[in-house]
Design a protein around this ligand. Structure first.
Ligand SMILES: [Zn+2]
Length: 453
């Protein structure tokens, strides 16, 4: 069978499984997990010792509790030269194997291998996301994303006759347009006005800047039906911006390591975990499960990667479970909020950490509208640098008020240093973090506090 036919079969099975009971879905996950763990035990050296320590017996089926007896594996453990031991010795190179190299915001990448099966699931779940949100495939899609330095540049970017890989062989679509995210905001705005797309896809940090400018410059994109975000955390500022100005904003939670993790519910404001693809645990600092609404670390077990299995992988994100969704998809548990990476948490002088409140854009704009971009870096336990890109220099009074406002928003515990830059480049993968703590995590106190919004 060819790939589109297999993907269509998966899409049909996903249409049914979303309405399973939670017990039925857990039974299905357990069956899948049995296969993965048996295969892993036999062929993946990296996990052998951990499985033996957990008294894994290949002759017996695992219990639902078995997974929680395995250790949690951090990114650092997975990325520290383990790429050979992580690879299944049964892996036969085939036409469909492809390298997965994570972006590695910490500088070191995790290297895995994708397979035909993981690629089919990625495509089927991408299609599920389109169907849930009832997109009109005949319309046009504009994407402002990472591209190589000399590709997809303004003023025209790149044009394709179809939307791209997810819809290929499944649905006929309208054209898509692609612009390099490294281009200037002004050129992006001009490009958007020129192509006037129905759907716009980009990173949350980019969308925030774009939407603010679209509103400020009273730019009308008459065709625009929906804004889609991916790749970074959507914060409350972007959500409010979208709500207040009637933009439909839909986010997707995915990772290079396991593909699509959670998709926004088509009816409510939560995210449904893609339980056919991944088991999601949310754990506290003692590796115990968090209750609904409690923020903890996202730990993933991939249900389809037999080439480089991922068991209890701490991806480095924080999130909260939500109550079962009223839409009826109880087999797909929900996430209330995804809060970003550990390095995006501020560490207080007493060692506590939380996601920082960076403030309301309007408050800053009352001091000056010259700031076009900012990024805060915590270098020391009591010091935060705020890097600014401005179009006109700030007066000393503005500088003082600006620094004081940041200080207040961060809790009056940090000395604020403003520095001025021509530009604040994105990471090599196109992503941008508004707050980065460079304090080693060992300083972080065990008494972590919950995020306050
Ligand atoms: Zn729902």
């Amino acid at each position: 069978m060819d790939k589109p036919s297999i993907v269509k079969n998966i899409i049909s099975s996903l249409e049914k499984s979303q309405w399973y009971t939670l017990d039925h879905m857990r039974d299905r996950q357990l069956t899948r997990l049995n296969h993965i763990i048996s295969h892993t035990y036999e062929t993946v050296p990296f996990y052998k010792a951990a499985l033996e320590k957990a008294n894994y017996c290949p002759e017996l089926s695992i219990t639902p509790e078995f997974l929680s007896t395995l250790p949690v594996f951090s990114r650092e453990e997975i990325q520290s030269g383990q790429e050979n031991t992580l690879r299944s010795t049964a892996l036969q190179p085939d036409d469909y194997s492809y390298p997965i190299v994570t972006s590695g915001s910490t500088g070191i990448a995790v290297r895995l291998i994708g397979t035909f099966d993981t690629a089919c699931y990625w495509q089927a779940l991408s299609m599920r996301e389109h169907y849930w949100h009832k997109r009109d495939f005949s319309k046009t899609l504009a994407a402002i994303r990472w591209a190589k330095r000399n590709e997809a540049l303004p003023p025209l970017g790149e044009t394709n006759s179809q939307w791209g890989n997810a819809t290929e062989g499944i649905e006929l679509t309208g054209a898509s347009f692609f612009l390099n995210v490294a281009s200037s905001i002004q050129s992006q705005l001009k490009w958007l006005q020129m192509i006037n797309p129905h759907y716009l896809l980009s990173y949350p940090s980019q969308l925030k800047v774009l939407l603010n400018d679209i509103i400020e410059q009273k730019i009308t994109l008459q065709n625009l039906l929906e804004i889609r975000s991916l790749g970074e955390t959507v914060d409350s500022e972007l959500r409010l911006l979208a709500i207040n100005h009637n933009f439909k904003l839909t986010d997707i939670y995915s990772s290079e390591e396991v593909g699509i993790i959670a998709i926004q519910c088509p009816e409510y404001h939560n995210y449904h975990i893609q339980a056919e693809n991944v088991i999601v645990e949310i754990l506290d600092i003692h590796n115990q499960p968090c209750g609904i609404g409690d923020e903890g670390r996202v730990v993933l077990t991939s249900l389809h990667n037999f080439a480089t299995p991922l068991l209890r992988y701490d991806i480095g994100d924080y999130a909260q479970f939500d109550n079962p969704c009223a839409c009826g998809r109880v087999a797909l548990p929900t996430l209330k909020k995804i809060s970003g990476r550990k390095r995006n948490r501020i560490i207080y002088p007493n060692g506590e950490s939380r996601f920082p409140y960076l403030g309301d854009r309007e408050e800053y704009r009352q001091i000056t509208t010259a700031v076009k971009k900012f990024q805060m870096i915590q270098h020391e336990l009591n010091k935060v640098e705020c890097k600014l890109v401005v179009d006109t220099p700030l007066s000393s009074d503005q500088k003082t008020r600006y620094a004081n406002l940041i200080k207040k928003n961060l809790g009056n515990l940090f000395e604020i240093e403003l520095t001025f830059h021509d530009d604040l480049p994105r990471q090599s993968n196109g992503k941008f973090e508004e707050f980065v703590s460079l304090i080693p995590s060992t300083i972080e106190n065990i008494n972590q506090t919950l995020m306050i919004e």
